[in-house]
Write a protein that binds this ligand. Structure first.
Ligand code: DX5
Ligand code: ZN
Length: 223
């Protein structure tokens, strides 16, 4: 696992009154993706942002738009996020049936985007098995979804390693992303466990100089 670590700041932690500056900071910092935390107040308690914001930022940035849908009805929402310009759309396995998950992945691919599937911290990793051959990314949550600024859940790195092993045993070429409480104190652990991409909300936007964060995290991860 020597590939350079992809860094995806979450704009949930940005200054909502100056999202344009948030995008400039991410680009100046050498971040790779814009992580958009969509919450519907039903799948998770919080309500945050949605399609209009993705549509607004799309023309403003060359960065990959990584939409994390923490919503109860992703199959209905996915076409709207594709139309708005999301490059990656990730839905939660807990929000769909197995059949709906296959349909969601197919719809995301038909829309020309990459499909991610996410597991909450208490969800059994083995539920991902039926999707290994078709999904592009697995997002391992290292906090309970719903809020930024939470603490990393101990043991999340073992879950990342388990996804890596599942992918290797099925020959699946997938990316693994981790999300929640990632920063200087935790990045090396998740990188060693085999993660390709880290989401960082508070670690990026609450830093004294966000522009220095991606390089510092890659250095701490050794890639
Ligand atoms: C939580 C979100 C995360 C969160 C990350 O439900 O999915 O993306 O905003 O923020 P930090 O890095 O501060 O935990
Ligand atoms: Zn997220």
């Amino acid at each position: 696992m020597s590939k350079e670590l992809l860094v995806a700041p979450s704009i949930l932690s940005a200054d909502f009154l100056d999202m344009g500056r948030a995008l400039s900071l991410m680009e100046e910092a050498g971040a790779d993706w814009v992580h958009v935390d969509v919450m519907d107040g039903h799948f998770v308690p919080n309500i945050t942002m949605g399609v209009p914001l993705v549509a607004a930022i799309r023309p403003q940035t060359p960065l990959v738009i990584d939409a994390h849908l923490m919503v109860s009805n992703p199959c209905r929402q996915i076409p709207w996020f594709l139309d708005a310009g999301a490059d990656i759309v990730t839905f939660h396995i807990e929000a769909v049936s197995e059949g709906e998950a296959h349909d969601a992945i197919a719809a995301i691919h038909e829309g020309g985007a990459r499909a991610g599937i996410s597991v909450k911290p208490k969800t059994d990793i083995s539920l991902l098995a039926p999707f290994m051959g078709e999904v592009d990314m697995v997002l391992v949550m290292s906090v309970e979804p719903g809020f930024s600024g939470q603490s990393f859940i101990e043991g999340s790195e073992e879950r990342i390693a388990a996804v890596r092993e599942m992918a290797a045993s099925t020959g699946a070429d997938i990316m693994v992303q981790v999300d929640g409480g990632i920063g200087g104190a935790t990045v090396a652990r998740v990188a060693d466990a085999g993660v390709d991409c880290i989401v960082c909300g508070n670690a990026f936007f609450k830093a004294d100089d966000p522009r220095a964060v991606p390089a510092a995290l890659r250095a701490a991860a050794g890639r």
